[in-house]
Design a protein around this ligand. Structure first.
Ligand code: GDP
Ligand code: IMO
Ligand code: MG
Length: 430
């Protein structure tokens, strides 16, 4: 059936890139529907490690056409850099293989400066953004003063509009005592980018609907994660887009009748970069153990910013919420290999909030910061499982851990990953 959506079930960096890479093999089109180059999706193919920020992971499969949908925000200069990096790694990125929506909004240098200024002004309450200009670009979009990629087709009026947008931003930056942007230099850079990107621009809504009507299999590759959603995440410590499953439809412009599979990707523990609540966060040795020590290849450091990720036990209160918000038909559990060696594992099953036990995610950030997780303890396993390829070869304790999560979330888990490489996936029943 036609459309599958891959969603980050937690706070981002769940391993969506590697899961999308697996599903892309069975897809005709892979489309990003929200966010921008704040994303960092790591995919291992043989000895090469690809770090994708905007280009969908499907680009690594020759038969796949990739789409950047209207719900995305695009920094044209960074996109061109990524295209060049992919080409240097031998990946064919041409207008036949990458189609960019004329409706997608443009991130300008002014948005990046405003992102930085806003974070500085917030001081200790900063969001911890990726400083890619995401928030200000979406603010201009919803404020109806944004620039769309389609405007690049008419270079002169585009340059004028960009110039005006930067001048407006400069007035604010100057008022706030921040460094301003050179509008002339920005306009020149963006005109160069427009000239190169023009062949890639197209009405992707028409394209996707035509392909779907013809029976093509479309994979919607989510970026960020459920708790970073502007509506459903722990506001204000969120991104400015809709990474959840509804966002796939608004971001790409087709109807829900095409969607028959919604795959939630979750790590087998919790991580978060940036500020905001992380109820199961572990400090000290346990947190460091999950993060990786530097000798371990699973190091939890942001793909886009290099920041260390905060780590903690798996939180099924949060995951049950993600199941509700997204309607997962299944979940894929990543990084199971990282849990080898623990004597005991813990999974949060409910919270205590102000003396009351609750089994749902409270709404406010203040409440989320006050909850005390209540854990169920499970036995760990000692074996290295990175070479396991058959479900039945997983240690019994690992299978019990997976089944416990599936039961707590009332959602099937039929695929787990035991390492970052393409073949390090284990499917139930195999
Ligand atoms: P994404 O943003 O959701 O695509 O996730 P990232 O790529 O930012 O972060 C996931 C990290 O975990 C990457 O470094 C992956 O290579 C790595 N990874 C994914 N699956 C596994 C796994 O099963 N085991 C290990 N050890 N690493 C994994
Ligand atoms: P992928 O697709 C993890 C986080 C930032 C910050 C908040 C807002 O790799 O999972 P923004 O720059 O979007 O305004 O930052 O969102 N964030 C991510 N965290 N993975 C991501 O993407 C993220 N994209 C944004 O750290 O807390
Ligand atoms: Mg990432």
């Amino acid at each position: 059936m036609p459309a599958t959506i891959v969603i980050g079930a937690q706070w981002g960096d769940e391993g969506k890139g590697r899961v999308a890479d697996w599903l892309a093999a069975q897809s005709d089109v892979v489309a990003r529907y929200a966010g921008g180059d704040n994303a960092g999706h790591t995919v291992y193919v043989g000895k090469t490690v690809f770090k994708l920020h905007l280009i969908p992971s499907g680009i690594l499969h020759e038969h796949v056409v990739c789409v950047l949908g209207g719900g995305t925000v695009i920094n044209p200069v960074n996109l061109l850099r990524e295209i060049d990096e992919m080409r240097a790694l031998g990946i064919d990125v041409t207008p036949e293989r990458l189609i960019i929506s004329t409706r997608a909004h443009i991130i300008s240098p002014a948005h990046i400066a405003l992102d930085k200024a806003s974070e500085q002004a917030r001081g200790a309450d900063k969001i911890g953004t990726t400083l890619r200009g995401i928030g200000p670009a979406y603010m201009d979009k919803t404020g109806r003063s944004g620039l769309r990629m389609g405007q690049m087709l008419e270079v002169e009026s585009f340059a004028d509009a960009l110039y005006a947008q930067i001048e407006t931003a400069n007035a604010k930056l100057a008022r706030d005592g921040c460094e301003t942007i050179d509008p002339q230099k920005s306009a020149e850079d963006y005109i160069d980018a427009a000239n190169r990107l023009r062949p890639y621009l197209r009405d992707t809504t028409q394209y996707l609907n035509k392909r779907l009507r013809e029976g093509a299999r479309v994979l919607c590759e989510g970026a960020q994660g459920t708790m970073l959603d502007i509506d459903h995440g722990d506001y204000p410590f969120v991104t400015s887009s809709s990474p959840t499953s509804g966002g796939a439809l608004t971001g790409l412009g087709f109807g829900p009748m095409y969607v028959d599979r919604v795959v939630g990707v979750t790590k087998c523990f919790s991580t978060r970069v940036g500020s905001g609540p992380l109820p199961t966060e572990l400090s000290g040795d346990l947190g460091a153990r999950l993060r990786g020590t530097g000798e371990n290849f699973w190091d939890e450091f942001g793909t886009t910013t290099g920041r260390p990720r905060r780590c903690g036990w798996l939180d099924t209160v949060m995951l049950r919420y993600a199941v509700q918000v997204n309607g997962f038909s299944e979940m894929v559990l990543t990084k199971l290999d990282v849990l080898s060696g623990f004597d005991e594992l813990q999974i949060a099953t409910s919270y205590e909030l102000d003396g009351q036990v609750i089994d749902f995610m409270p709404v406010t950030t203040a409440e989320q910061s006050r909850v005390k997780p209540i854990y169920v303890k499970l036995p760990g396993w000692k074996e290295d499982i990175s070479t396991v390829r058959q479900w039945s070869d997983l240690p019994e304790a690992a299978r019990a851990y997976i089944d416990q999560i599936a039961a707590l979330c009332e959602t099937p888990i039929n695929t787990v990953s035991v390492g970052p490489e393409r073949d390090q996936l284990v499917h139930r029943g195999q």
